[in-house]
Structures are given as structure tokens and as C-alpha cells.
Design a protein around this ligand. Structure first.
Ligand code: IPM
Ligand code: MG
Length: 356
């Protein structure tokens, strides 16, 4: 029987409660599809600052590297707001992306049919369905470029630099083209090539790689226009590929269009098979510990893990179907709608697990 080793980083805030539900569902899925899972727990974010004095201890990196994949809850909270920038929980997140070489971030923005009315956009704009995949470069660009603070003539300044090499652009472009090939064969590359040198290199490189994918229809869009097009006509998009910072912003916008930020999962992939899977939403410290959070995005992150890292597509689909089905009858408070049963985080976990 196939056995997988998963490193689990529960993190902060609602992280522990949502991850527990995801594990419950994964265990049930494993029993049903004949594989076993071992979990190796480690600290990341605020909890790691409390226990080790730093947001990403070496022990956590080692456990993640030894695992087939990593499941993460969420990190951060007001408790660690006075930490210096380099020791904040978020710095742990950036470091683990670098340490594990997670250069490709997949952020699907989909509308779950039973939640259609939650979208802030008109029905006429959304149509029957919305399914956009944002492929965000995750270990380069301004997040990892040369930075600093300085003082000149008694005035303080600070800078961060957007930098990309051809190699970095090529590899993220290939991930995006491969993704487009599995979907509707449409790729939009987003840049700011009318202003930035790094974007001109981005565009030129994406065009070069497109020659390997003659079946994919490629177009280019400036980031400001893309922000506008996402609310004007989101249906024009299939796969979007873009830099670290543009992807950070556009993926939040795309997830909001779906109206279900509490529902969206993400995958961060390296050159190999392994990846890090986490919900798109944050640690929601204001509602932590009350058992009212929504575990579905984390449960769907497990589904993505089964699909992209563990070669268990049928098990992945079983989870997706269970989530779509349960939404017809049961809701956590964040997505509650009259006529449905209101359930807690743990009850939602149980209900999904029962449907597997
Ligand atoms: C995200 C978050 C992170 C990012 C922060 C928490 C460092 O906004 O994953 O989108 O900017 O990448
Ligand atoms: Mg973000």
C-alpha cells in the first residue's frame, strides 16, 4: 500500500482548527482509496517565534524537505506585530518558499455553483461559471530582490528592486503553459512592459517559450488593465501568469470576484513533485478558537495536494465533489445563507469526511 509522509504546519489563529478538519478528511480519503498517510508536525510563523524565537526554525525546513508534501494552515496575528520585519510570521512564510524552492504558486479562483450569489459581480458578468487559474511566480521579483534603507542629506529613504532572470521567467512560463494545455489553452501574461525593464524581459521570454506551445493562445496585458478586466469581463481569462508582486495583488482580486475567499485553496510547487498547500485566506485571529471558521479551503488544499503532488486524482476529485455537495445543505457562518443548516468548523469537517 502506498504511504505518504506529510509535514503539517498548523500555524497561527484559525490554522490549527482548519488543519485538523483537513487531516480528518485526508484520513478518510486514504482509507477509501487504499493509501496511508503519516504526519510530521512542525512550527511556522507566530507559534515558531513563541517556541523557537524565529518564524522558520531549521527543524521545520528539515521536516518539510523530508516529506512528500507540506500542508499549511495560516500564519500571523496581532501578537507578533511588534516583531522586527525580518522576524515577523510573514517572513517565515517567505523564507519557507525560498528554502523549498517553491517558485510556482497556483491560485485557482472558482465560483462554487451553490455560492454564486456571494460574488459581488452581477450575474450577467459572471455567467454560468467562473474558473480562473492565477500562476504567480513566488521566489523572485521584488520580494527577493535587492533592498535596503539609507539616509542621504538627512533624509531617510528605502528601496526594493524588481529583478528577474530569463531562467526564472522561463520556468514559471512553462508551468503556466502546461497548465493552459490541461485547461482551455488560453494564457494571459501580465506585466508592465510599457514602463519596466524587468517586464520587457518577462514579455520577451514568455513569447520565446510560447513557441514550444503552439496550441496555446497567448495574449499580453498590462497589470493595471488586467485589474480592470478582472471585474469588467472575468470570463475572458483561463490561465494568468505573472510576477510575484502582481500575482499577489491580482490573486486577491480574482478570489474576491468568486465571493468565496474562505473557500479557495492554493498550491506552491517546486521543480520536483513536492509542494506546499494552503488556503488563500489568512489566520483570522479575531475568530480563532471559537470553532466558527470555515475549513473548506484547507480541505480543498488537500485535494490539490492529492492531484498535483501525490498522483491520486480520483481521491482529489472525491474531496472536491464532497465539498460541492455539502454546500447545498450546510454552511459555516462566513458563507451562511437562509434555508441552510449552520454548522461549526468541526461539524463541517465531519460532514465532508462522511461524504468521502
Ligand atoms: C500571500 C500573502 C503573502 C505574500 C504575505 C503574507 C507575505 O499576501 O500569500 O499572498 O505577500 O505573498
Ligand atoms: Mg497576498
Amino acid at each position: 500500500m502506498k504511504n505518504y509522509k506529510i509535514a503539517v504546519l498548523k500555524g497561527d489563529g484559525i490554522g490549527p482548527e482548519i488543519v485538523e478538519q483537513a487531516i480528518k478528511v485526508l484520513d478518510k480519503t486514504a482509507a477509501r482509496f487504499d493509501f496511508t498517510v503519516d504526519y510530521d508536525y512542525a512550527d511556522l510563523g507566530g507559534v515558531a517565534i513563541d517556541n523557537y524565537g524565529e518564524p522558520l526554525p531549521q527543524a521545520t525546513i528539515d521536516k518539510c524537505k523530508a516529506a512528500d508534501s507540506v500542508l499549511l494552515g495560516a500564519v500571523g496575528g496581532p501578537k507578533w506585530d511588534d516583531q522586527p520585519g525580518s522576524n515577523r510570521p510573514e517572513a517565515g512564510l517567505l523564507k519557507i518558499r525560498g528554502a523549498l524552492g517553491l517558485f510556482a504558486n497556483l491560485r485557482p479562483a472558482v465560483i462554487f455553483q451553490p455560492l454564486k450569489s456571494a460574488s459581488p459581480l452581477k450575474d450577467s458578468i459572471i455567467g454560468d461559471a467562473l474558473d480562473i487559474m492565477v500562476v504567480r511566480e513566488l521566489t523572485g521579483g521584488i520580494y527577493f530582490g535587492k533592498r535596503g534603507t539609507y539616509e542621504q542629506d538627512g533624509v531617510q529613504g528605502a528601496y526594493d528592486t524588481e529583478m528577474y532572470t530569463v531562467k526564472e521567467i522561463e520556468r514559471i512560463a512553462r508551468v503556466a503553459f502546461d497548465m493552459a494545455m490541461k485547461r482551455n489553452k488560453k494564457l494571459t501574461s501580465v506585466d508592465k512592459a510599457n514602463v519596466l525593464d524587468s517586464s520587457r524581459l518577462w514579455r520577451k521570454t514568455v513569447i520565446e517559450i510560447s513557441k514550444e506551445y503552439p496550441q496555446v493562445e497567448l495574449n499580453h496585458m498590462y497589470v493595471d488593465n488586467c485589474a480592470m478586466q478582472l471585474v469588467r469581463n472575468p470570463k475572458q481569462f483561463d490561465v494568468i501568469v505573472t510576477s510575484n508582486i502582481f500575482g499577489d495583488i491580482l490573486s486577491d482580486e480574482a478570489s474576491m470576484i468568486s465571493g468565496s475567499i474562505g473557500m479557495l485553496a492554493s498550491a506552491s510547487l517546486s521543480e520536483g513533485k513536492s509542494g506546499l498547500y494552503e488556503p488563500i485566506h489568512g489566520s483570522a485571529p479575531d475568530i480563532a478558537g471559537q470553532n466558527i471558521s470555515n475549513p473548506l479551503a484547507t480541505i480543498l488544499s488537500v485535494s490539490m495536494m492529492l492531484k498535483y503532488s501525490l498522483d491520486q486524482p480520483k481521491a482529489a476529485l472525491a474531496i472536491e465533489n464532497a465539498v460541492t455537495k455539502i454546500l447545498e445543505t450546510h454552511r459555516t457562518p462566513d458563507i451562511y445563507e437562509a434555508g441552510k443548516a449552520k454548522v461549526t468548523c468541526t461539524e463541517m469537517g465531519d460532514l465532508v469526511a462522511d461524504l468521502i
